[in-house]
Design a binder for this molecule. Structure first.
Ligand SMILES: [Zn+2]
Length: 251
């Protein structure tokens, strides 16, 4: 039975991953995410249904478009695989159906934000507002088996402080160094995380994300390839910081 569940959830997860790739491609361009058929980003030819099977088609076509033979980004395969692995192992976090939906929604929004921020240096409001909404609504749910904060006061203060904290950092950097340290997208993201995980979490998440961001930047700084003024997308670090924080809570 467990084995059946694993394969079933793996397949569902891969299909969801394929939808996440559609979101990653279309959300930053303000395209409709449901109506149009999938097409090759290079030659714009419609992708046939049999070339659009999550994970499998990527392997058969060796990450190349059937028509123009141009390389298809490894992102498509990676996102599908990560989604599949997440859902198939999510039962180890919780066996409650509602909790499974809740943690999956949060994680899948994380994936989309992660990739979009790396590619476009933006985080669409629709994604941040979804996290904020989930963060507020979950306070009304019966106690979950997940490590989420469900104290309304902690949650609201966390959401407000998350936004304010990054807003202040942006303001100070602008004043003192005339540098755009982060964007308001990052502020909204940390706000959403504050709503979900509560006040205490945002300081740990921001601290962890900053350390990771610094570690990532140091080799480039040493090589002289970038200066401290070079922007790096901060959203992915906030998300990795959150995942680390979540596992730390679960220990
Ligand atoms: Zn093509």
């Amino acid at each position: 039975m467990l084995l059946n569940n694993f394969f079933f959830l793996f397949i569902i997860g891969a299909i969801i991953g394929s939808f996440l790739n559609v979101c990653i491609y279309r959300l930053p361009k303000n395209l409709d995410i449901v109506s149009k058929r999938s097409f090759c980003p290079r030659c714009k030819k419609n992708i046939k249904w049999f070339d659009n099977i999550p994970l499998i088609s990527s392997l058969i076509l060796k990450l190349k478009c059937r028509f123009c033979k141009k390389k298809i980004s490894i992102q498509y395969f990676s996102v599908e695989l990560l989604s599949a692995l997440f859902l198939s192992t999510a039962l180890s976090f919780t066996s409650n159906f509602l909790d499974l939906i809740l943690i999956s929604l949060i994680f899948y929004i994380f994936i989309v934000i992660f990739v979009i921020d790396i590619k476009y240096y933006i985080i669409p409001d629709s994604l941040n507002f979804s996290l904020i909404l989930i963060g507020i609504l979950k306070n009304f749910l019966p106690a979950t088996s997940l490590n989420l904060n469900q104290d309304m006061f902690q949650s609201l203060i966390g959401g407000a402080a998350g936004y304010l904290l990054i807003w202040i950092i942006i303001f100070l950097y602008k004043k003192i160094k005339n540098v755009e340290a982060m964007g308001l997208g990052d502020a909204k993201l940390l706000s959403g995380l504050g709503f979900i995980f509560g006040l205490k979490s945002i300081f740990i998440i921001l601290f962890t994300a900053s350390i990771l961001g610094l570690l990532y930047s140091i080799p480039k700084l040493l090589k002289g390839k970038s200066s401290l003024k070079t922007a790096i997308p901060f959203g992915p670090f906030l998300i990795i910081g959150t995942v680390i924080y979540y596992f730390y809570l679960s220990l």
